[in-house]
Write a protein that binds this ligand. Structure first.
Ligand SMILES: Cc1cc2nc3c(=O)[nH]c(=O)nc-3n(C[C@H](O)[C@H](O)[C@H](O)COP(=O)(O)OP(=O)(O)OC[C@H]3O[C@@H](n4cnc5c(N)ncnc54)[C@H](O)[C@@H]3O)c2cc1C
Length: 310
C-alpha cells in the first residue's frame, strides 16, 4: 500500500495490558514492522506525546492506528513535533496521504510537503499472518514534568470521572455483544425499538450502511470497511445480507446469529445460528419478552402478538 520504506515510516502504537489496539498491527505492517509500542495503564496523552516525540522525530512519516488511544495521541504528537496531522488515512505514500471523509463516501488525496503524522483507518490494509505486537519500549522521563518543588507541570488532560460503560453508547470497537440491523427494517421506529431491546440485553446497537445512509442512526453505529471495525464475542445480525463491505468489519466473533428471510444469504452462511424468518417480528417478540412497549402500528394486523413464524 505504501511507496515509502519502513525506515522512513514508523508506527506508534499505544497498547493496554499487552493487547494490540484495533488497527495496531495494521499500522505496524504499514511501516514494515518499524514501530514504537508503549503500554499504558493511565490516561496522560500530552505527557505521552512529549515522551515519545524524541524517539520518532527522525522519521518522515509517523503512523498511529485510529484506535481510541491513537486518536487521542496523534494530534498531540503532531503538535509536539510541529507537523500536520492527516487523520483517518486509508493510504499513505511518499508525500501523499489519502483520507476517507463523509463515512468513506469521499476519498481526499492530499499532497504533503515535509514530515507528517497520520492515523490509519483500521481494517483497510490487513495484517500478514504471524505478525505480533513487538515488546513495549521504556519511555524517557517527561520533559514537561516539574524539575523542582513548586514548578508547574506542563498541561495535560485530567481524568475527572470514569463512567461505567453503557452498552448503548459504548464505542462499537470496544463492544463485546452487538445487535445490528439492516435494510430489512422499513420503519425508523424499528430502530428505536432495536436500541431499547439491545440496551435491555446489554448489547450495543450497530447497523449496516443502508441504515446510516437513511439517516436512521449516526455514522458511528455503522459497521464495515468505511465504518467501525468491531470484534465482538456475539454478533446478532437482523435483516443483514452480509455484503463484504459489512462483514469485513466484523472481526472474528465467537458466535454469529443471523435472522433473515433469505436463508441462503452470505450472512446466513457465516452464522452459527441461522433463523429464517421476519426480523421485525423477531424484534417485536423480543421486546414483548423484555416488557418493552411496542407502538401498535409496528405490529402486523394479522399477528398483533408478534408471534414469530420461521
Ligand atoms: C465503497 C463502499 C463502502 C461500503 N462500506 C460499507 C460499510 O462500511 N458498512 C456496510 O454495512 N456497508 C457498506 N457498504 C454497502 C454494502 O455494499 C451493502 O450495500 C450493505 O452492507 C448492505 O446492507 P444490508 O445488509 O442492510 O442491506 P441489503 O444488502 O439490501 O440486505 C438486506 C437483507 O435483509 C433481508 N430482509 C429483507 N426483509 C427482511 C425481513 N422482513 N426480515 C428479515 N430479513 C429481511 C434480505 O433478505 C437481505 O438479506 C459499502 C459499499 C461501498 C460501495
Amino acid at each position: 500500500m505504501s511507496a515509502m520504506t519502513g525506515a522512513e515510516m514508523i508506527a506508534v502504537v499505544v497498547s493496554r495490558g499487552g493487547e494490540a489496539p484495533v488497527g495496531g498491527l495494521e499500522a505496524i505492517a504499514e511501516c514494515a514492522g518499524n514501530a514504537v509500542v508503549v503500554d499504558i495503564d493511565a490516561f496522560h496523552p500530552a505527557s505521552l506525546a512529549r515522551r515519545i516525540a524524541g524517539l520518532v522525530a527522525d522519521h518522515e512519516v509517523i503512523i498511529l492506528p485510529a484506535s481510541p488511544d491513537g486518536r487521542d495521541l496523534a494530534p498531540r504528537l503532531a503538535s509536539e513535533l510541529g507537523r500536520p496531522l492527516l487523520a483517518g488515512a486509508v493510504l499513505v505514500g511518499s508525500g501523499t496521504a489519502t483520507v476517507a471523509r463523509r463515512g468513506g463516501l469521499i476519498l481526499e488525496r492530499h499532497a504533503v510537503t515535509g514530515p507528517f503524522v497520520a492515523t490509519l483507518q483500521p481494517g483497510v490494509r490487513g495484517v500478514p499472518v504471524g505478525l505480533e505486537l513487538p515488546d513495549p519500549v521504556s519511555l524517557p522521563p517527561d520533559p514537561g514534568a516539574p524539575s523542582k518543588a513548586g514548578d508547574r507541570t506542563a498541561p495535560d488532560a485530567e481524568v475527572l470521572e470514569v463512567s461505567a460503560p453503557d452498552a448503548s453508547d459504548l464505542d462499537l470497537t470496544e463492544a463485546t455483544r452487538i445487535l445490528s440491523i439492516g435494510a430489512g427494517f422499513t420503519d425508523p421506529r424499528h430502530v428505536q425499538l432495536a436500541a431499547e431491546v439491545a440496551d435491555a440485553l446489554g448489547m450495543s446497537l450497530g447497523a449496516t450502511r443502508v441504515i446510516t445512509d437513511r439517516g436512521w442512526l449516526p455514522f458511528e453505529r455503522q459497521i464495515g470497511t468505511t465504518g467501525a471495525m468491531v470484534d465482538p464475542e456475539i454478533y446478532v445480525a437482523l435483516a443483514i445480507s452480509g455484503a463484504v463491505q459489512h462483514v469485513s468489519g466484523l472481526g472474528d466473533p465467537d458466535r454469529i446469529v443471523s435472522v433473515n428471510t433469505d436463508g441462503s444469504c452470505p450472512m446466513a452462511a457465516l452464522a452459527d445460528i441461522n433463523i429464517v424468518c421476519d426480523a421485525p417480528s423477531v424484534l417485536i417478540a423480543l421486546a414483548d419478552r423484555l416488557d418493552i412497549e411496542v407502538a401498535p402500528e409496528l405490529r402486523s394486523p394479522s399477528d398483533p402478538k408478534g408471534t414469530v413464524h420461521g
